[in-house]
Ligand binder design. Structure first.
Ligand SMILES: [Zn+2]
Length: 110
């Protein structure tokens, strides 16, 4: 974990990550029968790291992979993109979508 470490002249160009930090958000996979709710987070949501949302959207390899998945599997999954995702707000909608036989892919900025 290096996200809360103060930068010095010697590590200005180092990329600090949230690996092992208690604030780090991990992607979630909820399996219900043969369907899934897959929730992918684009940022670590850590208060120690500043996040540039434009950079996250434009430069994210993870996001482009997820978009490709959404296109390739568009008959099997319903795709959602949220600024900030909370499962409990969308549970009823997701339940109806899953009743129709689709899995759900969520991408959340934070
Ligand atoms: Zn952190």
């Amino acid at each position: 974990m290096k996200c809360n470490r103060k930068r010095t002249v010697f590590d200005l160009l180092s990329v600090y990550t949230c690996e092992g930090c208690k604030h780090q958000r991990k992607d979630e996979l909820i399996v219900i029968g043969n369907q899934v709710i897959a929730i992918y987070y684009l940022s670590d949501n850590c208060p120690h790291l500043s996040t540039d949302n434009d950079y996250l959207v434009l430069k994210s390899k993870k996001l482009s992979l997820l978009f490709k998945d959404a296109i390739i599997y568009n008959k099997q999954i319903m795709f959602f993109f949220f600024e900030e995702f909370k499962l409990e707000k969308h549970y009823e909608l997701f339940e109806k979508i899953m009743d129709d036989g689709l899995s759900i892919q969520v991408i959340s900025m934070k």
